[in-house]
Design a binder for this molecule. Structure first.
Ligand SMILES: [Fe+2]
Ligand SMILES: [Fe+2]
Length: 468
């Protein structure tokens, strides 16, 4: 096997024998994992996919029919900048790290493993969805997301193999051994163990959970550990499509629901086979709250340490901040004390998770405004909303407490009484699942979702995106 040809890359793989050998050992295990845990039932189909064969404008998006197991999972870093420097923290301005700084070896490995773990996890969560696709266009998008999450795993495994020696190799193996939702060997983060077994879940997942990924990658793209920064910068290019799939996916469901509400005599989309707004809202509440947890605790000494060391910056650290040391400021956030919500002032560096979360919430609000416009354009008064960031949290200051969707502190009993109004019930999930019947004729679409406004790469909606 010629690894250099098998794995397109811009990291001089053919010159690095040690790395080549490590990846040669890992590749067959990866392919075995893909066959076992990748999309079920479509491995031998031709899919119109984008493949990155380089990082420049021509190279990064080559569109053609590919069978997924033949996809060329490459290793790409954004080109190095001359004279790169650590861009923030206590080491601000010194030359960027080309090797892992010794004292942060363990925590950096943990960051990379945690990020890496999410990539195969999402492929596992989504592996049955192809069977109930609402259109060939959506089926293709699902597979595009899946193969690129596979490539993102490669991106993290490259760092583990290339920079962490023996224990990096062990971690790379373990990434193929954990399984989403498996009680004995679960994936690391909880959102990645939740079932994603219908397309509304998939669109919410790519909208909210993948979007957490965008903010984590953006913070790491600022890293003073240069190989990590350059890897994440290129991953973000691909990630944009995943977020597009999620945001437009939920948007198209909302649009179709609005149409059906107008058409039906009782104003309920369900009577015409659509998904009702209250179910969409509950799915949003579920995925938004789980995805907020992924940012970590509101008050975090880890975030302070990573920032101080120049390893994990703020969102758009170089672009939107003038001062990069952030050693002095404070940040005020709400905490629970004696069963009351009270403000607490903490050193700015300890609040960086919360600050990153705030950037994410703004982005989610932007999408929400767009979806609500579909409802208003249809002449409907009803609106969707984001629940309070305190609602239904399992990590950080609010874990172990109960809040309503407005963020008011309530008792466990009050929460349980309203749970079925706020979060998807078994009956809601079963109803959504009952609508999931495959539509695979080119140009056709399921009744519960509106068609997209444009196809992929200038192709029409009725293009044969997957040859079945
Ligand atoms: Fe990813
Ligand atoms: Fe993604």
């Amino acid at each position: 096997m010629n690894l250099y040809e098998r794995i397109p890359n811009n990291v001089n793989l053919s010159q690095n024998k040690r790395l080549q050998r490590a990846l040669e050992r890992w590749l067959p295990n990866y392919l075995e994992w893909w066959r076992e845990m990748g999309p079920e039932g479509f491995q031998d189909k031709d899919v119109y996919l984008r493949t990155a064969v380089d990082v420049d404008a021509e190279g990064w998006a080559n569109f053609d029919y590919v069978k997924m197991p033949d996809y060329r999972w490459g290793i790409f870093l954004k080109p190095a900048e001359a004279d790169a420097r650590v861009g923030f923290g206590d080491n601000y301005g010194i030359p960027a790290y080309q090797e892992v700084p010794g004292e942060f070896r363990n925590s950096l490995r943990r960051i990379i493993v945690t990020q890496g773990d999410t990539e195969p996890a999402s492929v596992e969560q989504q592996r049955q969805l192809g069977k109930t696709c609402p259109s060939l266009y959506d089926l293709r998008n699902l597979f595009q997301v899946n193969v690129e999450e596979g490539r993102h795993l490669w991106a993290m495994v490259y760092l583990l193999h290339g920079y962490f020696g023996r224990d990096g190799r062990d971690e790379a193996d373990a990434l193929l051994e954990r399984r989403s939702g498996n009680p004995d060997k679960p994936r690391i983060l909880e959102a990645f163990n939740q079932p994603c077994d219908d397309w509304l879940n998939f669109f919410c997942f790519t909208m909210y959970t993948d979007r957490d990924g965008k903010y984590q990658l953006a913070a790491l793209a600022e890293s003073g550990f240069e190989p990590l920064a350059r890897t994440c910068q290129f991953m973000l290019t691909e990630e944009a499509h995943h977020l597009f799939v999620g945001e437009t996916g939920v948007g198209r469901v909302v649009k179709r629901t609005a149409e059906l509400m107008k058409e039906s005599k009782d104003g309920d989309a369900r009577s015409l086979g659509g998904i009702s707004l209250d179910i969409i809202q509950k799915y949003i509440n579920f995925w938004f709250s789980y995805s907020l947890d992924l940012f970590g605790g509101e008050i975090s000494s880890n975030s302070a340490d990573f920032f101080a060391a120049g390893l994990k910056g703020r969102f758009k650290e170089q672009e939107q901040y003038e001062e990069h040391v952030a050693a002095e400021g404070t940040f005020t956030l709400m905490v629970v004390e004696d069963r009351k919500l009270v403000p607490r002032e903490v050193p700015l560096r300890n609040a960086l998770n919360e600050i990153l979360r705030g950037e994410y919430v703004k982005d989610c609000e932007r999408a929400m405004t767009r979806w609500n416009k579909y409802l208003r354009d249809a002449g409907l008064d009803a609106q969707l909303y984001l629940p309070s960031t305190r609602f239904h949290r399992h990590v950080g200051e609010f874990a172990g407490h109960y809040f309503d969707i407005h963020g008011n502190l309530i008792t466990k009993e009050e929460f349980e009484r309203s749970r079925s109004e706020w979060l998807p019930t078994l009956a809601d999930r079963e109803y959504v699942r009952s609508l999931m019947r495959p539509v695979t004729e080119p140009g056709k679409i399921a009744n519960w979702i509106a068609p997209p406004t444009a196809g992929i790469k200038g192709k029409p909606f009725d293009f044969e995106y997957v040859r079945l």
